[in-house]
Design a protein around this ligand. Structure first.
Ligand code: MG
Length: 459
């Protein structure tokens, strides 16, 4: 006989307006679902998943039945999303544990998972993660492309590679757990594991004995660390299990071949009436007849009994819209994201070079235009009594000073005095050659007048 007691806690968190997580903590079945796909879709997907899981597993409480229940939940969500336009793309994670009878006749916990909600088992002083996240980051860890530490902070850690309701078929991971007295099973949404380390989770599981208080304490820890997502926790204590196991309970991955017949809810399938008693902790408990493998038959004799607390299925409020990235095609981490994550300095790429070329080209162009304007001029002026040709603007322009091109041998005494005022004020010419020609003409003019004066004097 296996005696279980459970506690459940869920919270919207500190960043969202509503709760799209959903949990179940019944007599033999425990589950956490984390919906996705929009404000309405996420809530609907998680609700359909948990409701379908409960009704389907109720009809066939075996490990094969648990897989069938997941397949049924997947089909129910998928079909609903095809029916209702606004629910297109909805889906959910689902992690569930059910108490059943193994092939060897012993009680066994069967565990199933799709998505990134998790199951941990505390047994023999160890806390182990049983499920493997179906997330892009974890897939890369499994393929050796990144470390666990990198995956914990990777921007793609929330991108699911498997979810319920996003397609007509689904693969379900399954395990069998031979639980022992004192074992503690934890099911939780990523709102807990994103905020609280495994070490802190272990500390709470080891110190808070009441499962309801432990579940609440874990939710409180997640909120204290930010509460950026909805948080849902189910804690299942094995009050009585297998005995005499000094080492942690065995966990084995199992494979249930498909296809399976989807089990739908059947009317009139009620369990045997409960009897009351007291569990070792002193709280009131309810003992009910556990369904035998293959289906619950109300007329069949009680095969075995299990004991649980009155913890009931939780009906959780809806959560706010929280879109997850699409499932396909899988987005890849960009080279820039990977370099930033690994702290690799930026490389000098062609784009970087082009950027700097453009940045430098603008001021360089402006300087070239100013230089062209400043130097596209020539003028004749007097330099130490000699006539000279300069290039540039007299007095300079925006820092570009005029340049002396030709200091001629013609002095101010060798040109007519009436030309001097204009020369001292500078005379613009279109080129160096024109400037030199102008000076030569002035000198010729002066010589002609000299000759004329001499001739007149001679007469
Ligand atoms: Mg979540």
């Amino acid at each position: 006989m296996t005696v279980l007691r459970s506690g459940v806690a869920t919270d919207v968190g500190r960043a969202r307006d509503s709760n799209e997580d959903r949990a179940a903590a019944g007599d033999t079945l425990f589950a956490v679902a984390d919906g996705m796909g929009g404000h309405v879709g996420g809530e609907v997907a998680a609700r359909i998943a948990v409701d379908t899981l409960q009704s389907a597993y109720d009809q066939n409480p075996t490990i094969a039945g648990l897989r069938e229940a997941f397949v049924a939940a997947n089909s129910a969500i998928w079909e609903k999303s095809l029916e209702v336009e606004q629910l297109r793309g909805m889906g959910t994670t689902l992690t569930a544990a059910g108490l059943t009878v193994g092939s060897d006749g012993r009680d066994v916990m069967c565990l199933a998972n799709v998505g990134d909600s998790r199951a941990y088992l505390m047994s023999g002083g160890q806390v182990r993660q049983i499920t493997a996240d179906h997330s892009l980051a974890e897939e890369r860890v499994r393929h050796g492309e990144m470390t666990e530490a990198e995956a914990e902070v990777h921007p793609h850690r929330h991108i699911l590679t498997r979810a319920l309701g996003v397609g007509p078929d689904v693969d379900v991971d399954l395990w069998e757990l031979h639980v022992h007295t004192g074992d503690r099973l934890l099911l939780c949404s990523d709102g807990l594991t994103n905020e609280v380390s495994v070490a802190q989770i272990s500390q709470v599981l080891e110190t808070v004995k009441d499962p309801r208080k432990a579940a609440r304490a874990l939710v409180d820890r997640a909120n204290a660390h930010g509460g950026s997502d909805n948080i849902t926790v189910v804690v299942v204590d094995v009050l009585v299990g297998e005995e005499g196991a000094p080492e942690p309970s065995a966990v084995s991955r199992v494979s249930v071949p498909g296809p399976v017949n989807v089990v739908r809810r059947a009317s009139g399938a009620e369990g045997a009436p409960p009897v009351t008693g007291t569990h070792p902790g002193g709280d009131p408990i309810t003992a009910v007849v556990r369904a035998v493998p293959g289906g619950r038959d109300p007329d069949a004799p009680a095969a075995e009994a299990f004991v649980s607390s009155p913890a009931a299925v939780q009906t959780l409020p809806p959560r706010e819209y929280r879109p997850r990235p699409e499932l396909a095609p899988l987005p890849r981490e960009t080279r820039r994201e990977r370099r930033r994550r690994l702290g690799i300095p930026r490389r000098i790429t062609l784009r970087v070079i082009l950027f700097f070329v453009l940045v430098l080209a603008v001021p360089a162009g402006a300087v070239a235009v100013v230089h062209w304007y400043a130097m596209d001029n020539w003028y004749v002026a007097v330099d130490h009594d000699h006539l000279a040709v300069y290039q540039g603007r007299k007095g300079g322009f925006l820092g570009f000073q005029p340049k002396l091109l030709d200091l001629t041998g013609v002095t101010t005494a060798q040109v007519l005095p009436r030309r001097l005022p204009a020369l001292r004020a500078t005379v613009n010419e279109p080129s160096l050659r024109a400037g030199e020609q102008y000076i030569a003409n002035l000198h010729q003019e002066f010589l002609a007048q000299q000759n004329s004066a001499a001739l007149n004097g001679g007469l």
